[in-house]
Ligand binder design. Sequence first.
Ligand code: HGY
Ligand code: MN
Ligand code: MN
Ligand code: MN
Length: 389
Amino acid sequence: MTLLDDLDDVGRDPRSGGYRRHVWTDADAELRMWFAQEAARRGLDLVEDANGNQLAWWGSGPGAVLVGSHLDSVPDGGRFDGPLGVTSALEAVDRLRSAGHVPDRPLIVANFAEEEGSRFGIACLGSRLATGALEPDRARALLDRDGTSLADAMRAHGRDPRLLGRQSWIDDVSAFVELHVEQGRALADLDAPVGVGSAIWPHGRWQLDMTGCADHAGTTRMEDRRDPMITFAESVLAAHREAGPSRATFGRVDVAPNGTNAIPSRVRAWLDVRAETQEEVDVLVRAIVDAARRSGTAQGVDVAVDEESRSDAVVFDLPLRERLAELVHAPVLATAAGHDAGILSAHLPTAMLFVRNETGVSHSPDEHADTVDCEAGVEALARVLQDLT
Ligand code: HGY
Ligand code: MN
Ligand code: MN
Ligand code: MN
């Protein structure tokens, strides 16, 4: 909790009380500095890979056990999503050390860059680049809301974007364990402080560009309009109507020119769809896009749809998951939240530990986990790391 308190003021928006911690910003630089200091304090050898992922090594050589999470946030994010995993990893190292544990293989504490994708749009940017899941050329050209490219943002923070790409450290890692605050109420309903991850739902992000015809709000008759806001509204209602047990969210929209007395020329909206199976994701996206296109035809609005990123269904490594379940006697649960563990699981045995969140609320300043549950999480993580090393 002391480690979390250290971060309390970094990138915090006083109006909302939430965090705005996005990659290659001043807040990110402060977080990197904090992580470097905590690594140095523990005598861990800090390496920042070419993608901005920070790796703090205890020992060296192949077969390392990787543990960690991310420090970045969604806009107005909470204080636990990400940081709880990084601080718990550091605290677990402290407990192993004070228990006299001498690992028989290296242990690496990681802070992954831009897990939320809040600045450049693609979630798990650092881990996707490190595993080769994202092409460096495409990454370099990603733009933030001000039109700044990832390449320019990196240069502004003294990093060379030409070095982006797959990392050989991936081949030196034998397992990855990520502890994360639960984003949902499964553990609260089970009255359990800690859970073990079984799967991550498939999900993805799509960008809808709806182009109509700018015109005067007062002098243009309703029947003469080509208003993309209508098509956007009908897309949102279609998402709401069609989702069923799946999840469809329009959380971000850009309206041009965004004037009270001007019918918009263009509305750009981002759709986040998640479901238990890929088939359900595809069906739901198709239903929403069809509704958008039907509306476009009726309104004289052009609709362009681009898939921005997708995360395949993840089933965590069974032997590792069973080992964790034995060690921590915790329930097993799936999640619809994406994680770096999901990206790495395509390349190496990966597991997740979840810490109870009484309200289940996340991606909000109201996100909270009780200290006693965070303590249970650290204890569980330390036991797992002791066993794995
Ligand atoms: O969006 C997610 O599921 C995660 O919080 N990045
Ligand atoms: Mn998140
Ligand atoms: Mn997270
Ligand atoms: Mn005028």
